[in-house]
Design a protein around this ligand. Structure first.
Ligand SMILES: Nc1ncnc2c1ncn2[C@@H]1O[C@H](COP(=O)(O)OP(=O)(O)OP(=O)(O)O)[C@@H](O)[C@H]1O
Ligand SMILES: [Mg+2]
Length: 143
């Protein structure tokens, strides 16, 4: 377990980029943290670390799950899941989430993973907890 402090959004994105470059197919990254702590900011940095262009990255709040195809890479898909508006886990199962969770060609990154704890049970995950310290400072704990 380690704690990292970032002092501006770009520092959170740089940390995410570094983690992305070390990530492997099958990884499942859980982003816990209150509203506005920087989960989507982190995800954008992570996506850029995999070579996805920032403009393409949207918040999946209304789509639940957004799949980015990655060219010329061992990792073929970045799957961004945001369960904030999810009513129940079945909604995600219906749109095929289980094809991606732990799939060797995909990395999944999940905002609000608490809401799908059943789906994540028995899965190996990388857990990040982001805390709001002050206006521009965040504490990011990786376990
Ligand atoms: N050190 C920092 N790291 C990340 N974001 C920061 C930091 N300092 C300030 N911010 C700001 O905090 C906000 C984080 O918003 P973001 O949408 O990434 O949060 P979120 O956790 O995804 O929120 P939600 O729960 O609504 O999905 C942005 O406006 C960003 O500019
Ligand atoms: Mg978000």
């Amino acid at each position: 377990m380690k704690k990292i402090y970032t002092k501006k959004p770009s520092e959170t994105q740089d940390l995410a980029k570094q983690l992305a470059q070390k990530s492997n197919g099958g990884d499942i990254i859980l982003l816990e943290g209150d509203l506005g702590t920087g989960k989507t900011t982190f995800t954008k940095g992570f996506a850029m670390g995999l070579g996805i262009i920032e403009d393409e990255i949207v918040s999946p709040t209304f789509t639940l799950m957004q799949i980015y195809k990655i060219k010329n890479s061992k990792i073929k898909n970045l799957v961004h899941i945001d369960t904030y508006r999810l009513e129940n886990e079945d909604q995600l199962i219906e749109i095929g989430v289980e094809d991606y969770l732990g799939d060797e060609n995909s990395v999944c990154i999940i905002e609000w993973p608490e809401k799908i704890s059943n789906l994540l049970k028995n899965k190996k995950t990388i857990n990040l907890l982001i805390k709001h310290v002050d206006k521009n400072t965040r504490e990011i704990e990786v376990t």
